[in-house]
Design a protein around this ligand. Sequence first.
Ligand SMILES: [Zn+2]
Length: 201
Amino acid sequence: MGDATELRILPARYGKAIHLAAGRSLEIVNLHGTQAIDTWAFNSAGPTEFLSLEHTRSRLSRVIPRVGDGLFTTRRNVILTMTGDTSPGIHDTLLCACSPELYGELGCEPSHRSCEVNLHEALSEIGLTAPCTPAPLNLFMNVGVGTNSEVIRDVPKSKPGDAVTLRAEMDAVVVLSACPQDVTPINGADCTPRDVGYRVV
Ligand SMILES: [Zn+2]
């Protein structure tokens, strides 16, 4: 996996899979402050165990994890711990990854990039496959629930340079996607996906 202590750039609209040994941490930097970053984690021993937001919400009894919280797998094991967050702490655990079908609904071209495609492309680059597209932890994505239970998609509250740090509690593969969404304002009011940064520490 190398010692990626220097900041690396994940280009807007693309994904990256990162081997993260137990005890190592991944710092994810919102360089422009406006970019949502879909995040997945798989047990290196087998991709059938992965970060599950259903299990995480159940174990935490909270919709959004905070610093100090574990993130749980489909087998209720802690795979990551959120050890740092310099943002206002608004992240989304409710919505699925964007996908070719979603962009079809939005009237986009079939070639529009998506977080779902990014996930599987990134895993393929390191010789792995996933049996499905798990629900992602959407870092910095501002999704609220209104008084009539409606889902509200809003612009991120994070600032340029805000960062989240996730520590691996088991050998894991973490996948990041700089969300290509450019129709709804979840990547900022100008609906423009932007580069993000990451480093292993
Ligand atoms: Zn997306």
